[in-house]
Design a protein around this ligand. Structure first.
Ligand SMILES: NC(=O)c1ccc[n+]([C@@H]2O[C@H](COP(=O)([O-])OP(=O)(O)OC[C@H]3O[C@@H](n4cnc5c(N)ncnc54)[C@H](OP(=O)(O)O)[C@@H]3O)[C@@H](O)[C@H]2O)c1
Length: 231
């Protein structure tokens, strides 16, 4: 049976790798991104894979989320990957935190995944796998915070973790398993050139992890190696 995945932020970085790998495995891929007309690699991938379709979607835009959900209609979605994310403004330190940048970060990193889950919950519930995964970060873990700073990114990912924990509880009765993933420190535009792994490896490890997830894992915060990250 053909599986279906919806990926946000699929035009570059980890999201593009997810799209590439799921398409290679024969999944139907809804690869969404803010500016399809500028997503050259993704367009090439779509041209080579009839099962991969590119759709415009800014996750901070509620109207675009609703429009995308309307495109899906009643189609089952086995896996929703809330991958899109932003670090927020650079150079923010204690004493100069930026309110506008903070709110923008929350729109994309926290409210976006929530609105995606609300919009697509029926599609996921109608599928075989019934999985939702959101890409968070160890930087959202209180227990892991030994270096301070990064107020905007850390608080956004911590808030996303809280959202996912509640959604995991609320969606479990519908057979949906919602989990949180840390993708590792990945060499992308966000992770920078010193990251420990490339996007290919990160996406592959997370796919393997997602293939092993069971309903008992709902609400878990997984590291790339499958271990649990403390909140
Ligand atoms: N790289 C790491 O080391 C690392 C570590 C921990 C967690 N993560 C998380 O992993 C996820 C993917 O990160 P990455 O390293 O692949 O980052 P990336 O290379 O910077 O890519 C970010 C992606 O998110 C998209 N995006 C940003 N805001 C969006 C919005 N409002 N609507 C839709 N798409 C939006 C970007 O699209 P545009 O091209 O339009 O900007 C881009 O496709 C993020 O959630 C990130 O926080 C990454």
């Amino acid at each position: 049976m053909t599986r279906t995945v919806v990926i946000t932020g699929a035009n570059r970085g980890i999201g593009l790798e997810f799209a590439r790998q799921y398409a290679a495995e024969g999944w139907r891929v809804y690869a969404t991104c803010r500016q399809p007309e500028r997503a050259m690699e993704l367009s090439q991938l779509a041209a080579a894979n009839p099962g991969l379709a590119v759709h415009p979607l800014d996750v901070s835009n509620a109207m675009q989320i609703r429009a995308f959900a309307a495109v899906l209609g009643n189609e089952p979605v086995d896996l929703l990957i809330n991958n899109a994310g932003t670090y927020g403004p650079d150079g923010v330190r204690f004493g100069n935190t930026d309110e506008t940048g903070w709110i923008d970060n929350f729109r994309t990193n926290v409210i976006g995944p929530m609105k995606m889950m609300e919009a697509l919950a029926d599609n996921v519930a109608a599928s075989e796998l019934r999985l939702i995964a959101s890409l968070s970060s160890k930087m959202g873990s209180m227990a892991d915070n030994g270096s301070g700073g990064a107020y905007i990114y850390r608080s956004g990912k911590a808030a996303l973790n809280a959202v996912m924990k509640s959604a995991a509880i609320d969606l479990a009765p519908r057979g949906i398993t919602a989990v949180v993933l840390h993708p590792g420190w990945v060499r992308t535009a966000m992770g920078g050139p010193n990251g420990e792994i490339d996007a290919d490896t990160s996406a592959r490890c997370m796919r393997e992890l997602l293939a092993r997830v069971t309903p008992d894992d709902a609400g878990s915060f997984f590291d790339i190696d499958g271990s649990i990250i403390p909140w």
